[in-house]
Ligand binder design. Structure first.
Ligand SMILES: *Cc1c(COP(=O)(O)O)cnc(C)c1O
Length: 495
């Protein structure tokens, strides 16, 4: 079939048209500019809009229609997005968003993602400049975390995948590359260690790997939310005596619940003493090292064997942009490289290139996540990004101070980073704990601020994770006021 160019042949109905390019580039250009302006308008006026509002049934119904067989004008498609999707986003771009741990995104990242989509590069491998952009990010990440030149890394969807890939690498390091074909031996059984505060994606990685989440020992955390070092050592010794094969410690740099950072230097020492791979889940916290004020919290992170973190959280890169850094890129190849015939390499030309990401992780086809990350780092510079993180932490401390000063509120966990967990207890301290879930639901519906619900030592907590570079003191004030107002409403009290 002929690959017809759109432009010159648009009026020619006698010939089959198979290209999806526009017939009228000029009209398309205007439409594209309208879409861009529209999105920039939205971002510029964010503060006048609710952080979240429920999508009406009428909007949902428009996304439950039969498969489109015939075309629709792109202007009409855009109008559907503009009127029925854009106003009902998940809210994480908004300054009042404090729920879960989600980045705010940036205009530079958004524009870069448009360019990346236009280029539509596949970063599985081969010799082209987008690969060099990803390698640039690897070099910068090495520099950020003081890793050696032998270190490798790659983009993945998020820290969930990065933790999973790190687990596979640790397994291969311990058992050798032959287990890729042979599968896990029945004996000895691999065991690994993390604190009770470890993110849920880590036990799930153990489930997916076939090792099983029972083989991830959840070690108690101390009052600061860090893994208890004595309990960890005891657990390793016990497992060894019982014939298990310890292979991995997962430390956390910023626990999801309270932002605690494990004692990374102590974990390195224990890993060395027992010949274990030392992985750090730094999904939400690790990039805090970019702030002069926060860097000291991450001492020891430079010594880990692998590090998972998310550019899409504190790095403000638009979703998704998870990253895995590995001390020795040979460990990645040992775990993932294969020699499929259809991926044959050449000494030069397009099939050349000496770094193919498909040899370094599980994905073959991969998007150009590196471009939005490169634009973000280059446009803003890491100093500004670090300052924004430090400002988030200052707001978190201020929120904790306000909570402490309000007789009706209780701080439920120490504030190590940018996460504050607190509860409404009432002026007499006897409000039912269940009120907190209702307060959060009502705050979401009101649309000014959006914290999330978690449980700290079994107690329901209002959790404010301050991740967004747009969040200001006024948002903190609105949170405190909103919680106090809703907490005092008797009709919200469960009976
Ligand atoms: C968010 C988070 C994860 C999961 O990362 P995703 O990018 O959502 O896959 C893992 N660990 C911690 C500590 C997190 O905060």
């Amino acid at each position: 079939m002929l690959n017809l160019q759109g432009g010159g042949l648009s009026g020619d109905v006698s010939r089959q048209r198979t290209s999806l390019d526009p017939a009228d580039w000029q009209a398309l250009r205007q439409q594209g500019h309208r879409m861009l302006d529209d999105m920039l308008d939205h971002l510029q006026t964010l503060s006048e809009k609710p952080v979240w509002q429920a999508a009406p049934a009428s909007a949902r119904a428009l996304f439950d229609v039969p498969l489109p067989v015939e075309p629709t004008e792109i202007a009409d498609v855009h109008a559907l997005f503009r009127d029925h999707v854009l106003p009902y986003g998940s809210g994480n771009i908004h300054s009042g968003f404090m729920g879960w741990v989600q980045g705010g995104g940036t205009v530079a990242g958004m524009l870069a993602d448009m360019l990346a989509a236009g280029l539509n590069a596949n970063l599985g491998g081969r010799d082209h400049m987008p690969i060099e952009v990803e390698r640039q990010i690897i070099r910068w990440v090495r520099q950020i975390f003081s890793f050696p030149d032998t270190a490798g890394g790659l983009f993945l969807t998020g820290a969930s995948q990065a933790n999973f890939v790190a687990l596979l690498i640790a397994r291969t390091r311990k058992l050798g590359a032959a287990i890729r074909a042979e599968g896990l031996p029945a004996e000895p059984r691999l065991v690994a260690y993390a604190s009770s505060e470890v993110h849920g994606c880590v036990p799930r990685a153990f489930e997916m790997s076939g090792i099983g989440s029972d083989q991830l020992r959840r070690i108690p955390a101390n009052a600061a939310g860090q893994i208890d070092i004595g309990a960890l050592q005891a657990a390793i010794l016990r497992d060894r005596q019982e014939g298990y094969l310890p292979f991995l410690i997962v430390g956390t740099a910023g626990t999801v619940n309270t932002g605690a950072v494990d004692d990374l230097i102590a974990l390195r020492g224990i890993a060395d003493a027992h010949d274990l791979h030392f992985h750090v889940d730094g999904a939400l916290g690790a990039l805090g090292i970019l702030s002069d004020d926060l860097a000291h919290l991450f001492t020891g992170i430079e010594s880990c064997d692998s590090l998972a973190f998310d550019f899409h959280k504190w790095g403000q890169v638009p979703y998704d942009a998870g990253f895995l850094l590995v001390r020795d890129s040979a460990w990645q190849r040992q775990t993932f490289a294969s020699d499929a015939a259809y991926l044959s390499r050449a000494a030069s030309g397009l099939a050349g290139g000496d770094w193919w990401p498909c040899d370094h992780g599980p994905d073959l086809s991969r998007g150009f996540r590196a471009l939005k990350t490169w634009f973000t780092l280059k446009t803003y510079g890491v100093k500004a990004l670090g300052e924004s993180m430090a400002a988030n932490c200052a707001l978190a401390r201020e929120l904790a101070r306000r909570v402490d000063a309000e007789p009706a509120l209780r701080l439920l966990a120490p504030v190590a980073l940018n996460i504050v967990c607190f509860a409404y207890a009432g002026p007499k301290g006897n409000a039912p704990a269940a009120i907190n879930a209702r307060i959060i639901e009502h705050l979401h519906a009101e649309g000014r601020v959006a914290p999330s619900l978690t449980f700290v030592n079994g107690q329901p907590a209002i959790r404010a994770a301050i991740v967004n570079h747009r969040t200001r003191q006024a948002d903190i004030d609105a949170l405190i006021q909103g919680v106090l107002k809703l907490g005092s409403r008797q009709d919200l009290h469960p009976c």
